[in-house]
Each structure stands twice: as structure tokens, then as C-alpha cells.
Design a protein around this ligand. Structure first.
Ligand code: FPP
Length: 249
């Protein structure tokens, strides 16, 4: 374990353990700009971004956050230069292979959300392997959104429900939030309490649109590769100062 990992290992004393978000979602933005500032190719930003993500998973584990969902690749990201897309696919695959043993050891349960069927075959195999190898782990639920789009998730749920109505399995007036939620990509994934977006952008970018209804949003100017435990601490402090009313007074 490096010095970086030993800093702030325990929940900082100014944070209330009973008021932590149960589920944190992150939009990991700014990898490209981080690299550009250093005169490096964009892919170096993504490479560093993996380390920041690993550290956040560890931090959630150490501090008692139960679920973390990271937006790794959106349905719109295919429009990037194909070298970058290929690199990202290769990176996801490599990281899964490299980190699986440690995730099993640290009791992390990993799963993916998104339209996974069109990802490269070899990546799909590693996704299946990691999902199965960790499915009984009881630690943090770590979800990676890959080829994910919030609108696409809603549409596929609508199609699945419409088919059931067509076939007479359910009545249209039985469709409620609960039934809809069961048809999302991953029914076991509850709503995020806190969304963190790095690099100062103020957008949802098609991420977990249904699930984000009551999420608290925290934006930091830091680029994703610089997102540290200290940054996460600031995000949690801000979260704990919010008054979550869910529409009530
Ligand atoms: C957005 O920054 C970042 C991405 C589209 C990729 C995020 C992926 C990782 C951090 C790797 C995660 C690894 C695993 C295994 C899940 P950007 O490239 O849009 O940055 P820019 O806005 O500065 O150009």
C-alpha cells in the first residue's frame, strides 16, 4: 500500500457515519483535459483515471459507502476517434483482468449496466467472468456503466413492459414506478443519493436519468485523474449539509 492509500483511511471525524450517502454515482470527466495540460495524449488521462477510480472504490469501502456507480462509456462516446474508443475498450478489459483478484479479496461486487451486447466479445467475456466471480461478495456494490444511455435504458424498459402488456401478462394500469424499476438494466441498483461530476461541467449527460430524480448533485472543478480522497471528503461534507426533502416541506 502506498502512502497515498494510507491517508484518510478512516472516515474523517467531521463526517457523520449515519448520514453518508448509501449510493454515490460519478461522472468521471476531464481525463482529456488533464492529459492536454501535461502535453500528454488523451489516453494517458484515461489511464490515470483508472487509478482515481480504484482509489475511490477503496475509499468508499473504508468509509462505509455501500454502492458506487461510475460512468465509464456512454452510448454517445462511440463518436470519439476510433483509436480512443479502441483504447478505452482495451483498458476496461485489461483493468478487469488485472484487478479481479484484488476485488474478490476485498469483497467488492462488480456489475455492469448498459447495452453490453455490442461491446467487443473479449470484453464481454471479462465482464461475465468478473460479474460471476464477485456475485456473492457482500462488500461494496461497484457498478460500471458501459455503453450506457439513460434514455436507452428507459426505452428498453418500455419495450419490455409493452411486450408483457401485448401478451396479456400485465394490464397497462398496473405499470407503476416499482414495475418500471424492475425492468431497468439492473433492478438491484437503487437510486444514487449523491452524483459527483468532475471538471466543472453542469450536465447529466444521459446518465441514470430515471434514478437521478432526487440525487444531490456535487460538481468539482478538479479533473477526474486528480479526484482524490480529499476531494471525496469535500463532496461528502457538502452532501451532509444538504437538506434532502424529497418534495416535502
Ligand atoms: C471522460 O473524460 C472520461 C471517459 C469517457 C472515460 C472514463 C473512463 C475511465 C476513467 C476508465 C475507467 C476504467 C474502468 C475499468 C471502468 P473526457 O475524455 O471526456 O475528458 P475531456 O472532457 O477533458 O476531454
Amino acid at each position: 500500500m502506498t502512502a497515498k492509500h494510507t491517508i484518510l483511511q478512516k472516515l474523517p471525524s467531521d463526517l457523520a457515519p449515519d448520514r453518508l450517502p448509501q449510493h454515490v454515482a460519478v461522472i468521471m470527466d476531464g481525463n482529456g483535459r488533464w492529459a492536454k495540460r501535461r502535453g500528454l495524449p488523451r489516453i494517458e488521462g484515461h489511464r490515470q483515471g483508472v487509478d482515481a477510480l480504484k482509489e475511490l472504490v477503496r475509499c468508499c469501502h473504508d468509509w462505509g459507502v455501500k454502492a458506487l456507480t461510475a460512468y465509464a462509456f456512454s452510448t454517445e462516446n462511440w463518436k470519439r476517434p476510433h483509436e480512443e474508443v479502441d483504447f478505452l475498450m482495451m483498458l476496461f478489459e485489461r483493468v478487469l483482468i488485472r484487478e479481479l483478484e484484488e476485488m474478490v479479496r476485498e469483497n467488492v461486487r462488480i456489475q455492469f449496466v448498459g447495452n453490453l451486447a455490442v461491446l467487443p466479445r473479449s470484453l464481454q467475456s471479462q465482464i461475465d467472468r468478473a460479474t460471476v466471480a464477485t456475485e456473492h461478495n457482500g462488500g461494496i456494490l461497484f457498478t460500471i456503466a458501459a455503453n450506457y444511455g439513460g434514455r436507452q435504458e428507459i426505452l428498453q424498459a418500455c419495450r419490455a413492459i409493452a411486450t408483457k402488456v401485448e401478451q396479456g401478462h400485465i394490464q397497462a394500469d398496473e405499470i407503476d414506478e416499482e414495475l418500471f424499476s424492475q425492468h431497468r438494466y439492473t433492478a438491484n441498483l437503487g437510486d444514487p443519493d449523491l452524483l459527483i461530476r468532475t471538471s466543472g461541467e453542469l450536465r447529466l449527460s444521459n446518465f441514470l436519468l430515471w434514478q437521478m430524480a432526487y440525487a444531490e448533485i456535487y460538481i468539482t472543478e478538479a479533473f477526474w485523474p486528480d479526484f482524490s480522497r480529499a476531494e471525496f471528503h469535500r463532496a461528502l461534507s457538502a452532501y451532509q449539509k444538504r437538506d434532502r426533502r424529497f418534495g416535502k416541506v
